[in-house]
Every structure is written in C-alpha cells, then in structure tokens.
Design a protein around this ligand. Structure first.
Ligand code: C5P
Length: 308
C-alpha cells in the first residue's frame, strides 16, 4: 500500500494569451502550491478501480474519465505492463471543478503512487512528460512550491520564494467548467473589440513585481501584484462571485481573486490569525459554501506512507 499527499494550487498570476490553432491558450501562469490537499492511496487490485471519500465525493467520477485512472493506465502503458492492477482511493479535500487543479492533483498523485506500488522507479523527467500528457496543470502538482508555467502551463520553471504566505479559500456551491471559462474569456475579448486570437492578444509574461514579492516573502507586495486574466470570465458566468470577493475584502484580506478558472475564491491574509478571522467571516457571510484557511508554498506530490 502506498499513500501520496498532493497539494492544490492557486495561480498568483494567470496571464492568458490568444487562442492557439490547437484550441489552447499560451499562458504566463505562476502556480503556487498550498497545504490544502488530497491523499491518494494505491493498493494491489485487478484492473484499475477507484473509490473516493470527502465532502465532495459524490461529484467525483469513478470511471476512466478520472485523471487518477488515466494516470495509472498511462504509466502502465509506458512500461509495457499488459494488465495494470491497482485500486486507488482518493481522500478528497480539494474542491471539485473549483479552479484549484484538484483533478490534476489526483492524476499526479496516482502517477507517483502507482510508480511506487509497481516498483517502477520512473525518473522524474519521464513522470513530468506523462503528467503533461494528462493535462496542463498535472506537471505542477508533481513539482509543487512556486513555479512559472509557460506554453499551456506545462513548461515549468521553479521560482524562488521566501517564507510562508497565508491564504483563505472560499468554496462555492457547484463547479465551473475550465473550457467554458476560457471560451467566455475569448468571448469577452471579442466583444470588447480586442480580438481573441494569438496574433491579436499580446503574449503574456510574468510580472517582475510579482516575482520580487514572492522572492522577498512580502504578502503586501504580493497582494498588489495578484492578477488573473480569467477572473472577469468566471465572474461573468457566476456573477455571485463578486459578493464572495467583496466579503473577504471586507473581512480584512490583503487581496481577493478568483482561483484559476474558479469558482473558488482566494484571499491573501497578512498572517495565520488574520486567515482564521477571514475564513470565519466568509463562512458567516452566506456568500460561499465554506471557507478554509491554509498556507503555502508546500512541496509537490510525495509518498507519505508505504506498507507491504
Ligand atoms: O490541459 P487540460 O485538459 O487541463 O485543459 C482543459 C481545457 O482548458 C482545455 O481543453 C482548454 O479548453 C482549456 N485550456 C486552454 N488553455 C490552456 C489550458 C487549458 O484553453 N493553456
């Protein structure tokens, strides 16, 4: 039996370029791994089977559309294993379809857990390559920490960061579809007359002020630099998110933003006490289902327990 712990992410900068001929958008994506995370436990089994526990478990698909199952099959195929045998149990704390890469996290965790269970010793560069095949956000869940993602988000460069930052995540009722949010971003750009294609939208780049704030461990400077090009699209599809963002700011957050494609909202706090206070205020505000204080950065997917 092998248990892997894997973090959720928030994008402290999500710069979205024009839509490419393959349908993806070029990104300047600064990923930040937070302590809110899932655990995936692999035990020997027949075929690839899944189970899931947690408050959102009913919303998690247990068939081959789940990235954890696809990860197990992809790893087995890469090593020429004819019939992969594993049962994967997901302890789910990351909001489902919430903009925190929870499905991608489980895919990364399954790669690592199956690799250990089957004794494959796959080198990290190969795991990262398989992760990129599974989805744009999966490689970062293996890496953790803070990293700049280029391309569609899968070309990663680790970034220097000092100290610990404190966050609150407000979980919405129901998820948002990532492709739908990207499409809405394109639609809003078209509507504003800017256009949405790769030759109409400037290629995004990491903001030097944001990188300096991370390297300095300065939450006030980071708050001033947080930016998400998908935020307007997420709020357009789910206008009530504006109330959630406002409630966290009222409660003293240094800054509020939509996490990735949403609908989870992220709030930066000045310290752990402020985060606890903001989370309580958000829970009482009636503008979200629940709110979790947490911190980061934390490492990527790692084995936390092994037994025969
Ligand atoms: O890579 P992944 O399967 O996680 O992406 C999900 C969807 O999000 C894509 O099908 C695409 O619609 C959108 N996407 C995008 N540009 C990116 C990443 C994702 O348009 N860089």
């Amino acid at each position: 039996m092998v248990t892997v712990r894997v973090p959720a992410k928030v994008n402290v900068q999500l710069g979205v370029g024009g839509v490419r001929p393959d349908g993806y958008h070029d990104l300047a994506n600064v990923f930040f791994a937070v302590a809110l995370g899932d655990q995936v436990t692999a035990t020997p089994g027949t075929g690839v089977t899944l189970s899931c526990d947690g408050p959102d478990a009913a919303a998690v698909p247990l068939d081959d559309s789940n990235l954890a199952a696809r990860a197990a099959r992809l790893l087995a195929a890469r090593h020429g294993l004819a019939e992969p045998g594993v049962h994967l149990h997901i302890d789910k704390a990351i909001p489902v379809a919430g903009g925190m890469a929870g499905g991608s996290a489980d895919g990364a965790a399954a790669l690592l857990a199956c690799d250990a269970l089957w004794g494959l010793d796959t080198p990290l560069p190969v795991l990262l390559e398989l992760a990129a095949e599974l989805g744009s956000d999966v490689p970062f869940a293996l890496l953790g920490g803070v990293a700049l993602g280029r391309g569609r988000g899968e070309l990663l460069e680790p970034l220097p960061v000092a100290g610990t930052f404190h966050w609150v995540f407000a979980v919405a009722d129901g998820g948002l579809s990532t492709p739908a949010v990207f499409r809405e971003c394109d639609r809003l750009r078209e509507e504003s007359g800017l256009g949405s294609s790769i030759d109409q939208v400037p290629t995004p780049d990491a903001d030097p002020a944001l990188l300096a704030a991370l390297a300095d461990g300065d939450p006030v400077a980071l708050a001033a630099a947080l930016a998400n090009d998908l935020q307007a699209a997420a709020v357009s599809l789910r206008p009530s998110l504006a109330d959630t963002l406002h409630a966290g700011t009222e409660a003293g957050a240094l800054a509020a933003l939509v996490s990735g494609s949403g609908p989870t909202c992220a709030f930066l706090a000045k310290d752990a006490d402020a985060a606890a206070h903001i989370a309580a205020a958000l829970r009482a505000s009636g503008t979200c289902r629940t709110a979790h204080p947490t911190h980061g950065p934390v490492p990527g997917a790692r084995v936390v327990h092994t037994s025969a």
